[in-house]
Design a protein around this ligand. Structure first.
Ligand SMILES: [Zn+2]
Ligand SMILES: [Zn+2]
Length: 385
């Protein structure tokens, strides 16, 4: 395959600064990252192509040679980089510096962490589950046991992948280093290149006698009951990470996480507004006019509140601290129970009731004066703050 121009691959000018090259590569690497494009061969090729271009262009020496002789000038040169023959993990360990290590891509199944030869460890993949919670669950926080189909440690070999009492053996090809060196004659002299050992795929050891149950993987598909603790105060679409409870990793590596996506059920009594809980209290006309003591539902049961005589519809009463608890790192503290008053106006009246209500029009008290209209509408402004 004819190689594309490295500058073209990264979309930069021939005069691009080191910084521009670094930025351009980072952008491409993120865009074509295999974690974002699972199973997409084209993206994978582009990812490798960009890595190869960056490998050359970020090294002043290689770049100078490339500018002068083109790709030919690089044959066999350098620290054994040929993007096409390397696995993704090698590319990461090579460019770990610009990604800040593996941190940004922790969801990537496969090798992770310390990728020094012989010390590599597999990481299980993460799982994502949805959990529907009632407002009550959210108020109290909840612990739920869920049954999951996932990779579990092989019960026959306890994850070693080895049959019976046999053990892994040092790889005969790389003698445990995980890498093989090749020395080649090139235009620029003898060049040593290093690549992942094809016999052990970089593990440094091999299994001669594979476990019959898991075929040497150390994991099998199984079922597990996992206890998931959800803290109080979570909200819709929030993701709660449960570390180490996801898929078991091959050969006793680091298990993945479970990411629990919260789905909030609508409540029939309350409306949630961040950490406040809103309750619409409907009063009768006499209650609003004469005052009363009423019982309202709360998150914990019931509470009695007193309604003052002359309570306007739209009035807001706050029961401080009776809302949802705040969740660490999400700003809001404990919310309030917010009681919004409305007044029930009957639609059909008997003729007697009509007479009673009509008689009220004769009383000045029941007709707001201009100044009252003003002060009450002013008040409403603040109710909705
Ligand atoms: Zn090997
Ligand atoms: Zn096994």
């Amino acid at each position: 395959m004819e190689k594309r121009d490295f500058y073209e691959v990264l979309g930069v000018e021939k005069t691009a600064s080191d910084d521009e090259i670094k930025r351009a590569y980072k952008k491409m690497a993120i865009k074509y990252h295999p974690d974002r494009n699972p199973g997409d061969k084209v993206a994978e090729e582009k990812f490798k192509e960009a890595a190869e271009a960056y490998d050359v262009l970020h090294d002043p020496d290689k770049r100078a040679r490339y500018d002068r002789f083109g790709a030919e000038g690089l044959n066999g040169a350098g620290a054994g980089f040929s993007g096409q023959n390397m696995d993704m993990d090698d590319i990461f360990s090579m460019f770990g510096d610009i990604f800040g290590g593996h941190a940004g891509f922790s969801g990537f199944g496969g090798f992770s962490g310390n990728s020094q030869a012989g010390q590599r460890q597999y990481r299980g993949s993460d799982m994502r589950v949805r959990m529907r919670l009632s407002l009550k669950d959210i108020y109290t926080g909840i612990s739920k046991k869920i049954k999951l189909k996932k990779y579990v440690t092989c019960p026959e070999c306890n994850g070693s992948g080895c049959e019976g009492h046999s053990q892994m053996e040092t790889c005969p090809q790389c003698h445990g280093s995980g890498y093989v060196n090749k020395v080649r004659q090139s235009l620029f002299g003898m060049m040593q290149t290093q690549s992942v050992c094809p016999t052990c795929q970089g593990e440094g050891s091999i299994i001669k006698n594979k476990c019959h149950h898991c075929h040497g993987e150390g994991v099998v598909m199984g079922e597990d009951v996992v206890e998931i603790k959800i803290p109080a105060g979570v909200s819709n679409d929030m993701i709660v990470n449960v570390p180490g409870k996801g898929n078991a990793a091959r050969r006793n590596g680091v298990p993945g996480d479970i990411q629990v996506m919260i789905e909030e059920e609508e409540d029939t009594t309350f409306i949630r507004d961040e950490n406040d809980i809103i309750y619409n209290l409907l009063l009768s006309v006499p209650q609003a006019v004469l005052g009363d003591t009423v019982t309202i539902p709360t998150m914990e049961g019931k509470a009695k509140i007193s309604i003052e005589p002359g309570t306007q519809p739209g009035k807001v009463l706050r029961l401080r601290g009776k809302g949802l608890p705040g969740i660490k790192g999400y700003g809001n503290g404990t919310g309030d129970l917010v009681v919004k008053v409305s007044v029930y106006i009957p639609e059909r009246l008997t003729s007697e009731e009509k007479d009673t209500v009509k008689s009220l029009t004769e009383s000045d008290n029941f007709t707001p004066t201009e100044s009252l209209r003003k002060t009450i509408s002013e008040k409403f402004k603040t109710f909705f703050d």
